[in-house]
Design a protein. Structure first.
Length: 230
């Protein structure tokens, strides 16, 4: 089973080397690493030219993180994708701990490990991996972290990230995956670091507003009579 690391970057060139190095330094290696510059206006373009030659790079006009991630998935030639934001990094045993989960159960679509958070704008420390696999709970709030691994067949089964759901397109992706019958598995080990920045995308997320948009997008999932219990 092959695994790809897809790193979209928009004006995060100052962090890019750390993210890429963390992907290159895995004890069990990624089969490919793809970095996409999403129309950055900082020094990202210059930094792309200095990355390790094994890293595939591409520059596009700015199109948002959902379309950029989807483009990375289209380019990837793997069975599992890991979408790593350019300002975060993976621990060296990420692949070694996450990839085997997909062998154990072919119904697993997403594997979510624990994450270490800076705690600048939100509670810091270690955020736990999912203990259960509840779609109703996921509809109410996102508990699947951004740099989770997703099976390629599950990703394309649901059509990838929805641009209409930015800045919470990852939350909507997990909901779609779970509602299509794929399962979400937790790895109870800290395997990546989330750089909590005051200017980060998460600061633009209003959970209540996103919840209303998801209700409008997936009304069948919120209807009381048909609310899934799986």
């Amino acid at each position: 089973m092959k695994i790809s690391c897809i790193i979209p970057c928009y004006n995060l060139g100052r962090f890019l080397d750390t993210a890429v190095e963390s992907a290159l330094s895995q004890t069990k290696r990624f089969d490919e690493i793809i970095v996409i510059d999403d129309g950055s206006t900082d020094d990202t373009q210059e930094r792309l030219t200095k990355l390790h030659p094994s890293v595939f790079t591409l520059s596009t006009k700015n199109q948002g993180y959902a379309k950029t991630r989807n483009l990375g998935a289209l380019m990837a030639k793997a069975d599992v994708y890991v979408f790593l934001d350019a300002d975060d990094w993976l621990f060296s045993d990420y692949v070694a701990n996450v990839l085997p989960e997909f062998y154990h159960d072919h119904s697993i679509g997403v594997v979510c490990p624990e994450v270490e958070a800076d705690g600048v704008t939100v509670a810091g420390g270690v955020w736990p991996a999912p203990e259960n696999d509840s779609l109703p709970r996921l509809l109410q709030g996102n508990y699947v972290w951004a740099a989770s691994a997703i099976r390629a067949s599950a990703f394309w089964d649901v059509g990838g990230f929805m641009r209409s759901m930015e800045p919470a397109a990852d939350w909507a992706l997990w909901v779609k995956v779970r509602s299509h019958g794929w399962h979400i598995s937790g790895v109870h080990k800290t395997l990546w670091h989330w750089r909590d920045r005051p200017e980060g995308l998460h600061m633009t997320i209003d959970d209540n507003e996103i919840r209303q948009r998801m209700k409008a997008t997936f009304p069948e999932l919120y209807a009381p009579k048909s609310l899934p219990t799986i």
